[in-house]
Design a protein around this ligand. Structure first.
Ligand code: ADP
Length: 508
């Protein structure tokens, strides 16, 4: 029925009008057939029609108007509500009963129609919401810097974002295909000789297993080799059943190339470091020898009174040359040690060493090198059993700690050093009243070439290359010990290292 006729007012009008027409039809039939006994049938048909087309209330009005017309117009005596004949009473009762049953059925039908309409509206809204979410998800996927592919339970592609399409050199999203067919080969980076037996996605779909960050090598359709970080996980419905999979791929090709370039640059730097420090060693040794020869000759000449005074001005530059030569020597030694460490060739020769005596010897050397400074030593009162260690290398560590302490603290402040036992280890420490080190720098000063900004050397020995502490750490770790520093900016620092008293099973 057209929409404009569906209004209830049209239904009410139609109910009354059609009942008048039905009454007229009944009268006509009674007039035509004297024994016509079904005079209520046209009215009942009208009630059915109104119920179907307009629903419960108009059909109720059709019942009432039908009943009134039937009793007043059809059944004699006319224009009264009196029904004297028993057969008419039956027909009248049947009309009322059927009329009400039809009106009831019409109201049920209408109620279920309204429910169906409501459900259809809700379904429409849910569908619109789902579509909106799908669009949003697709937009988010499109801007992700990681390649994402969503598949169904048979590993066939449903969605693929722009990053993934770029990675596989595809122009359009390949819906309905298997991801495996989109590249010529997929191989695990750890073993390039064998193609991947079963993909991470297939496993995820089969067993529900999530595979994270597997490095793979792929060959694209155009023949390009790419390194990717490949992850796959199953997608499940509310009941937990696997209904699809999601694959995430990150292109590491550029990253890998940069890493290789960096490794190559590092290799070149290491070989340069090794070569340069070796080449510098020879002229340095010659220089030191020549200076020693010159000093000896001057001393010999100076024994004559007059020549001694004449040679006096040559002594100081010679001493300064020796001092700078010592500094140069230390820098080259550091470079050589670092290149040995990088090449894994730093040798540690174990011997039985009296650690307390070694500490005293190194302190004495530093006292002679810096006679103006005060260096105090704290040693344990009891005799310490000799330890198995490389005396030269451990001496080098303590020397480095002491020269740093002297270098970075004011000349008038003493430097303290000590040796103590701590359970199963010996602990050697050096304390200064220098500028201290910020917590953020305390970890990093042990790295190669790291120097704290704004911390200046106060002695004439000058600052180093930031290598000393990294060499110290390597030497101590090779002895299975530990290094560390306790420091408060403004209140000085205490550098320490420990050495195990018991020799390690692997003998270093
Ligand atoms: P360098 O030869 O430059 O001293 P090191 O590896 O021995 O190299 O030390 C690394 C950095 O740690 C130094 O440059 C300095 O900034 C800081 N440092 C080392 N010892 C001390 C100290 N006793 N007090 C303050 N800063 C120190």
């Amino acid at each position: 029925m057209p929409r404009q006729f569906r209004h209830p007012v049209v239904g009410y009008s139609a109910a009354i009008l059609l009942q008048f027409l039905a009454t007229s039809l009944s009268l006509l039939l009674i007039y035509a057939f004297a024994n016509f006994a079904l005079s209520a049938v046209p009215m009942i048909l009208v009630i059915v029609l109104i119920g179907i087309l307009w629903g419960a209330t108009p059909s109720l009005l059709a019942v009432i108007s039908g009943v009134l017309l039937f009793s007043t117009v059809i059944i004699p005596p006319h224009f009264t509500l009196v029904i004297p004949r028993i057969s008419d009473v039956w027909e009248f009762g049947l009309l009322i009963l059927l009329g009400f049953l039809i009106a009831l059925a019409a109201s049920q039908r209408e109620r279920s129609r309204r429910r169906t309409e409501e459900l259809a509206t809700l379904l429409g809204q849910a569908h619109a919401r789902a579509e909106h979410e799908r669009l949003r998800l697709r937009q988010v996927l499109e801007v992700l810097p990681t390649g994402v592919t969503i598949t169904d339970g048979q590993a066939l592609i449903l969605e693929m974002n722009a990053t993934m399409r770029a990675l596989l050199e595809l122009e359009t999203p390949p819906a309905g295909q298997s991801i495996r067919t989109l590249a010529k080969s997929w191989r695990p980076a750890a073993d390039l000789s064998t193609p991947a037996q079963q993909g991470a996605l297939a496993r995820a779909l089969e067993t529900g297993e999530t595979a994270l960050d597997k490095e793979m090598e792929i060959e694209t359709q155009s023949g390009q080799h790419k390194t990717i970080l490949h992850s796959a996980a199953p997608l499940r419905d509310e009941s937990g059943a696997i209904v699809g999979g999601v694959v995430a791929d990150m292109d590491l090709t550029e990253h890998k190339q940069l890493e290789e370039a960096l490794r190559e640059a590092n290799r070149q730097m290491d070989s340069f470091l090794g070569m340069a420090s070796h080449e510098l060693r020879t002229p340095l040794t010659v220089l030191r020898l020549q200076i020693q020869v010159a000093r000896r000759r001057i001393q010999r000449l100076a024994s004559a009174e007059a020549a001694g005074r004449a040679l006096e001005p040559a002594q100081e530059p010679l001493a300064r040359m020796e001092q700078q030569l010592g500094r140069l020597d230390r820098l080259v030694s550091d470079l050589l040690d670092v290149s040995r460490i990088r090449a894994g060739k730093l040798e540690v020769r174990l011997e039985s060493v009296d650690l307390a005596a070694l500490v005293l010897q190194i302190v004495e050397e530093q006292r002679q090198a810096a006679p103006a400074r005060t260096i105090t030593v704290h040693l344990p009162t009891c005799q310490l059993a000799p330890l198995l260690l490389d005396g030269d290398r451990i001496g080098q560590v303590l020397t480095n700690y002491l020269t740093n302490a002297l270098r970075y603290s004011p000349a008038e402040q003493p430097v303290e050093t000590g040796l103590e036992m701590e359970g199963q280890q010996a602990r050697v420490w050096v304390r200064d009243a220098g500028p201290g080190i910020l917590a953020a720098d305390q970890e990093r000063i042990w790295d190669r070439f790291y120097r704290v900004q704004g911390v200046e050397a106060r002695s004439s020995t000058g600052a180093g290359l930031g290598l000393g502490l990294s060499i110290c750490r390597e030497i101590i770790e090779r002895h299975h010990g530990q290094v560390g520093v306790q420091s408060t900016p403004g209140s000085g620092s205490t550098f320490w290292f420990t050495l195990p008293l018991v020799r390690q099973a692997d003998g270093l």
